[in-house]
Design a protein around this ligand. Sequence first.
Ligand code: XLS
Ligand code: NI
Ligand code: NI
Length: 435
Amino acid sequence: MQKFETLTHIPYAPETKEPFSFRWYNPDEVLAGKKMRDHLKFAMAYWHTIGAEGVDMFGAGTLDKTFGQKEPMDIYRAKADCFFRMMDILNIDYYCFHDVDIAPEGSTVKESLANFNEMVNYVYELQKKYNKKCLWVTANNFSDKKFMAGAATSCCADVFTVAAAKVRACIDAAIKLGATGYVFWGGREGYDTLLNTDMGLELDNMARFLTMARDYGRKNGFKGDFYIEPKPKEPTKHQYDFDVATCMNFLRKYNLTADFKMNIEANHATLATHTFEHELRTAIVNDSFGSIDANQGDLLLGWDTDQFPTDVYSTTYCMLEVLRAGGFTNGGLNFDAKTRRQSNTFEDIILAHISGMDAFALGLRKALEIMADGRIEAFVKERYSSYNSGIGQKIVEGNITLEELADYACTLGEIEVPSGRQEYLETVVNRILFR
Ligand code: XLS
Ligand code: NI
Ligand code: NI
């Protein structure tokens, strides 16, 4: 197999068995009036791609990502160089990062921010050189030990201020890099036991924090979307941003719905015992669909395994929802995914992205076929047709009282509810997927 060092661009070559090629992703092919690259808006995640070295709870890293460098800033410059080369090889247009992914932490907050700002300039040059775009930026306000009790929900006000300093620097970076999104994933915003927790204060503080961040961003010209990334558990037992519905409840209570949308991660949906498409649909019907962290979990493991997405049912159902939402505007498909610990080479990282990109490209193609076929959509429309006329129409138009409904009901004999036909519909999907 070809080595990473010799790889150039991954071609679309559907007829070959060459591993470094796309079978379904043809970036400039136009489908339904839009290039595949613009339908899918793939983004590469800095933390997994060039940060994570395969450490797990029982063992050290399996892939060194220091590139023979010794000085912290040199290591991070080498990481950035390699990261942009990978995007170039894969023809991925966007990227996402946390502050600590791109720059080493110093011994004080001030020093860390200085390192970060220097590296933002470095990344800015690479972004220009390779003609790449930043999808979103976020602050890692969860790894350092000072964040052990959370950041905006910490019991310690000084920690709240450090989190604010980091978010300000990250919003500045988002503006400089032209990012169209800014993410808040809860990190340790949650709790493990009520015995030590003032839940009301923590939630109010989180809202205060997000409001200040929003105001700072808007004041300084950030026009993109702010996103909340729901996750039900891990690292805390009760994450405040459990799922889309919980986040919406929070945003509505604190009047933040105009600026905050959802960044939905597949593996977080399944941890919340929802399907990925359920979370997407919930966001869509609440006008808060924003962006996606594309990955998949493992059926038998109960944590966020962040695997590359290969399940074509899931990518198809996801793309159906994205198309239903009218496509991405500021958001995109960010591969919040890492290679397994035993896939310990740089070639594996490229192969992993190829598999994820192809799975979504196939999902897009199949979702468009399902829509063009029309059977599923027509079935759903027909299923609710009792609301198009008569009593149903009066209900949806809000033209009827409870008493009138009761009177109407008393005139009825045997009622026939139409079959849901789930098995038939699943067969329709299979016949489109595997024809
Ligand atoms: C962790 C989250 C994280 C966010 C960014 O589970 O997915 O990686 O996407 O902080
Ligand atoms: Ni994520
Ligand atoms: Ni995650």
